[in-house]
Design a protein around this ligand. Structure first.
Ligand code: NZQ
Ligand code: ZN
Length: 392
């Protein structure tokens, strides 16, 4: 077991009708004027933005609205948000949406509190020292941004998708009402479930150590999400399944599933960020398209984990060589992805990148990662090219 730090300062307010708590929570964290930030329209159509507006008005808390966050959130809207917050004297950002809206809110918070060009933090030129407080009303279980230390923004200039990780940006409170996810399209529900599973898998495969309790939590998160993703495929209005998946989204990416096992891999994530940056695909679906190829490429460096995963998590019989058992575990996960209509190749994702496109993807990934990434196996640019080709 390795040493670790675990820091989750976000207050979670979970369950039906919890959105009513928003004004009280805003006040608790010092907000006196709020930016309500949201996406392309789902939260308006569902009536959620109207409800939040009424709640804030009734509570006497002034606010401005900025909608229009796109999936794979764009830097241009972040700049707009920064100017709006400054000109209106706003001191609290309320993100109403999913990972894209929360990440855009975190970026606006960085931009206002630190000054200078906010892209510097995503381009690794500066480290953020402060942020404006951000609260979240979550409408999709997926990215885990409501409890993570991460914000991922796409710069339209070159379609560079980059993350910035810092404890500074942890959300103050997350209101999680599973009812709010009932309006999700099936594809987004499945893509979200995939992302949740992947946040645990990214921490699971490491040759650096292990911790029994963490492995058990990881197994519970993965199996719970798999089981409930299938329930939601057949019965999207199932409240308990929505609730299981929603809580899993937070636990999967708040650090819990990595405690003591010595390493975050996140190579599949970094490879995928280039796909969604360049081709604007859903992040979870992009992960499903790449994961099996990544796993086959790295497994021989990490057979203990891959064998344990196959037998303990995926229920593969513990018979055969490490390679045979590991491959069966990977195939079982890919079967699951297919069962919830997720792709297991770039072609199934609707992409057909040329050899030149793959070189560009690998170049961008090398630039974004500083040339290498991974814990299960440390990968460099040549490896990125091979994995993209395997995933075609
Ligand atoms: O824009 P609207 O109209 O709201 O539609 C959204 C969007 O099209 C829709 N949606 C959300 N809630 C809905 C709904 N539609 C109907 N009913 C609802 N209740 O779903 C679509 C996807 O929304 P998005 O916020 O993009 O989804 P997600 O939470 O998957 O976030 C993806 C982004 O987060 C980043 C991804 O790379 C991607 O940019 N990630 C952020 C992480 C973090 N900050 O910790 C970690 C992740 O690994 C990930 O990289
Ligand atoms: Zn993710």
């Amino acid at each position: 077991m390795n040493n670790f730090q675990y820091y989750t300062p976000t207050k979670v307010v979970f369950g039906k009708d919890t959105v009513k708590e928003v004004p009280r929570l805003v006040r608790e964290y010092g907000g006196t004027k709020v930016l309500v930030h949201y996406g392309g329209g789902s939260a308006v159509r569902s009536g959620l933005i109207g409800q939040i507006s009424e709640l804030l008005t009734e509570a006497g808390i002034p606010f401005c609205e900025l909608g229009g966050v796109k999936p794979n959130p764009r830097l241009s809207l972040v700049y707009e948000g920064i100017e709006l917050v400054k000109s209106e004297g706003i001191d609290f950002i309320l993100a109403v949406g999913g990972g894209s809206v929360i990440d855009s809110s975190k970026a606006i918070g960085y931009g206002v509190a630190n000054g200078g060009d906010v892209w510097d933090f995503y381009d690794r030129k500066r480290t953020p020292q402060a942020t404006l407080p951000v609260g979240a009303v979550l409408t999709i279980a997926a990215a885990g941004s409501e409890m993570s230390d991460s914000s991922v923004i796409t710069n339209e200039d070159g379609w560079k998708k980059r993350g910035c990780n810092s404890d500074v940006c942890r959300v103050k409170f997350a209101v999680m009402d599973p009812m709010l996810t009932m309006t999700l399209p099936d594809y987004q529900t499945a893509s979200g479930c995939t992302d949740i599973i992947m946040h645990t898998l990214e921490r699971y495969f490491t040759p650096k150590g292990t911790m029994e309790l963490t492995n058990g939590i990881a197994k519970a998160v993965i199996q719970t999400v798999m089981r409930n993703a299938v329930i939601l495929r057949d019965d999207p209005q199932n409240y308990d399944a929505r609730a299981e998946v929603m809580w899993a989204s937070s636990l999967s990416h708040n650090g819990l599933t990595g405690c003591g096992n010595g390493g975050n891999d996140f190579a599949t994530h970094r490879l995928e960020h280039e796909l969604s940056g360049m081709y604007d695909v859903a992040h979870g679906a992009g992960l499903a398209a790449l994961w099996g190829s990544w796993a086959r490429y790295v497994m021989d460096n990490c057979y203990d984990c891959f064998r344990r995963f196959a037998v303990d998590v995926m229920g593969v019989p513990d018979e055969g060589t490490d390679e045979e058992v590991s491959l069966k575990g990977i195939e079982a996960m890919e079967d699951f992805f297919r069962s919830i209509n997720m792709p297991t190749s770039m072609r199934e994702l609707g992409l057909d990148p040329s050899d030149e496109d793959i070189e560009v993807l690998a170049d961008k990934c090398a630039l974004a990662t500083g040339g290498k990434v991974g814990a299960a196996k440390v990968l460099t640019r040549d490896d990125f090219v091979k994995i993209y080709h395997m995933a075609k």
